[in-house]
Write a protein that binds this ligand. Structure first.
Ligand code: SF4
Length: 220
């Protein structure tokens, strides 16, 4: 009797170990393949299978990152690829949103150190003093029909989205905040394009303004 019980338990353990090994093998094979496609896209500057890669970056990030390191691709590049992928997926959806339902969110650190604008419940209210590029970008975007905000934090973003029934967003921020913003808006089902700062920090950060105006133009 004892021998039968021990044999049965032994078989169950071996079977379970086999199943776990098979699941792990499948998981790592899929992860490796996704990493390969991402690496190939990165090297060639062309996005292949954006939705699959988006899944790879979002869900399998913890595994994909170290794998990408094998291809000499660092973490910030992975962030950048993730943003680019999400942008690719969002672009056609955002183009379908009427312009008066779109909003641009700038970070307050992009302002001049001498910015005279006041902080209001709708964020920092730019008066177009000309000390930084935001004034001009605001004018250009508003002419296109966008609502424009300088947000000191994500609570203003959430409030403005709700207040103005915003259905599409262009968000400017550092890599990490753009990623978080894309995830936040994604959770509301709002298509969002993220434009990362070229130099982040607490004050007088930098943006590739040409890229910003190109995005506005591309969205039409
Ligand atoms: S243009 Fe607007 S955001 Fe820039 S410094 Fe002047 S008031 Fe501030």
């Amino acid at each position: 009797m004892n021998e039968f019980v021990y044999t049965t338990i032994g078989r169950i353990v071996v079977d379970l170990a086999f199943v776990v090994l098979v699941i792990l093998a499948i998981f790592f094979t899929i992860t490796f393949l996704i990493s390969l496609i991402i690496a190939l896209s990165f090297k060639r500057g062309k996005v292949y299978f954006p939705r699959l890669m988006l899944f790879g970056i979002s869900v399998l990030e913890g595994v994909v990152r170290p794998t990408l390191r094998l291809f000499s691709i660092d973490s910030s590049s992975v962030d950048r690829i993730g943003i680019e992928l999400r942008n690719r997926v969002s672009l056609p959806r955002l183009q379908a949103v009427p312009k008066n339902k779109r909003a641009v969110f700038f970070p307050q650190c992009l302002r001049s150190k001498e910015c005279p604008a006041r902080l209001t419940p709708e964020g920092v209210e730019c008066i177009g003093c000309g000390r930084c590029e935001i004034g001009k970008a605001k004018k250009v975007s508003e002419k296109e029909g966008y609502k424009v905000f300088i947000a000191p934090g994500s609570s203003v973003i959430k409030r403005m989205i709700k207040k103005y029934d915003i259905k599409g967003v262009i968000g400017v921020a550092c890599n990490r905040e753009v990623r978080e913003g894309l995830e936040l808006c994604g959770s509301y089902g709002i298509p969002t394009l993220g434009i990362p700062l070229t130099r982040d920090g607490c004050v007088e950060t930098l943006l590739d303004w040409r890229e910003f105006y190109e995005v506005i133009e591309e969205l039409g």
